[in-house]
Design a binder for this molecule. Structure first.
Ligand SMILES: *Cc1c(COP(=O)(O)O)cnc(C)c1O
Length: 413
């Protein structure tokens, strides 16, 4: 915590996003992060190299030589320090993907037990990884109000995702932490980014991001990062050194390059998403608009308390279940790209049941509200009127075949 003060926690987030991980630039006489591609490092002093090796394989700091890229890379370390600062964490570990980061978190948790408690819905592949048991962990799926009942003596971790992918349901982080007692809570905060939400300040032990999404922000970096206290991140780095999966230095450089514009991107995308959600919710050609910023969509009052704003991802259904009609709608879009992923500069749309969440058991998918007709929209940086024009035109293309079902959500208030 003291370290965070020294790094300037009192400055605004926007300022810290610009300067994080760059505090030594003047001293070094540089203005952009150095990029080091070395896979191996000279070890002229064997004793010192051996000490450094021992330290790095345990997940600790280098003691002189970096020895080997899988153990340590200074470009990646610099990005990790920047991200840790923005999450108010002591340390962070970056991985080749969000799923590599989650896998390392689960493997590191096994020193405490092999039982995980998790709340659905979460990212489809994260659901699959837990449900399949392929990493030797078992999972109890529960709700955010029944965490305490699901905890067992061998529970190693509680896993939540908020906002949840793809239903945008908000999970009360502080309430989950209270129920979890001594069991660490990991929050997948990918949809929120540190701009909108800082789970560690609410008592979570670990915060995870698919950095592929908003942190990368330009659709050209696959990465994951997890931040938390030294002791937990050390165990995660220990796993990373043994299993591989360290983020490539070029990817780390690109992520670090994107941090200064993260607040701008998130705020602009969010403003557009708020406008589009309101128009979609008022449009009889669509139904079931899911967005925490809509009236009645934040029953726990977490906006403003836990999350600074509703973010820029929303989901909705067309007023018809027909898969061919959905295909025609997606094909009619001209600006919005039908594609998985989110948080990119361009607006992306995809049907989770058919793509990102197809690895989730059908029953689990349906009870979590991921219907066959649900479309997830990640609002990008295009002009909001152009985006609405695109949606409006594609809706008009299929409008004659829509069924205009009863709008349950509206009539329920
Ligand atoms: C994409 C995503 C992941 C997985 O990250 P990858 O970088 O694709 O491995 C995990 N959680 C959430 C919420 C995601 O959107």
């Amino acid at each position: 915590m003291k370290q965070n003060k020294e790094m300037g926690m009192e400055k605004s987030f926007t300022t810290r996003a610009v300067h994080a991980g760059r505090g030594d630039f003047i001293e070094l006489g540089i203005h952009a992060p150095p990029l080091d591609f070395s896979t191996t490092y000279p070890t002229p002093d064997l004793d010192q190299a051996a000490r450094s090796f021992d330290s790095l394989v345990s997940g600790d700091e280098p003691q002189g030589s970096f020895v080997y890229q899988r153990l340590f890379n200074p470009t990646t370390d610099r990005f990790e320090r920047a991200l840790a600062e923005l999450e108010g964490a002591e340390d962070a570990a970056a991985f080749a993907s969000g799923m590599a980061a989650f896998s390392a978190v689960l493997l590191a948790a096994k020193s405490r037990g092999s039982h995980i408690v998790a709340v659905r819905p979460i990212y489809g592949t994260a659901d699959h990884l837990l449900t399949s048991g392929m990493l030797g962990v078992s999972v109890t799926w529960t709700t955010q109000d029944t965490i305490a009942e699901a905890i067992r003596p061998d529970t190693a971790l509680v896993v939540i995702e908020t906002p949840a992918n793809p239903t945008l349901e908000l999970v009360d982080i502080a309430a989950v932490v209270r129920q979890a007692g001594n069991v660490p809570v990991m929050v997948d905060s990918t949809f929120a980014t540190p701009v909108l939400q800082q789970p560690l300040a609410l008592g979570a032990s670990l915060v995870l991001h698919s950095a592929t999404k908003f942190l990368g922000g330009h659709g050209d970096v696959l990465a994951g990062v997890v931040a938390g206290p030294h002791a937990l991140v050390r165990d995660i780095k220990h796993v990373r050194a043994a299993t591989g999966g360290l983020l490539h230095p070029l990817a780390s450089f690109l992520l670090h390059r994107g941090l200064p514009t993260l607040p701008l991107r998130v705020e602009r995308m969010q403003a557009s998403a708020i406008a589009l959600a309101a128009r979609l919710a008022a449009d009889r050609r669509v139904t079931n608009v899911l967005f925490p910023g809509l009236p009645g969509h934040d029953p726990r009052g977490l906006l403003g308390r836990q999350m600074r704003g509703p973010g820029s991802v929303l989901s909705f259904e067309l007023s018809s279940d027909s898969p061919t009609l959905m295909r025609d709608f997606l094909r009619s879009l001209e600006i919005i790209t039908p594609a998985v992923s989110l948080g990119s500069t361009d607006t992306l749309i995809q049907p989770p049941a058919a793509l990102t969440h197809r690895v989730v058991e059908q029953e689990a998918r349906e009870s979590a509200g991921i219907s066959r007709g649900l479309l997830r929209l990640s609002v990008g940086l295009e002009d909001v009127e152009d985006l609405w024009g695109d949606l409006d035109r594609a809706l008009a293309e299929v409008a004659s075949r829509l069924e205009y079902r009863q709008r349950a959500e509206v009539s329920a208030g």
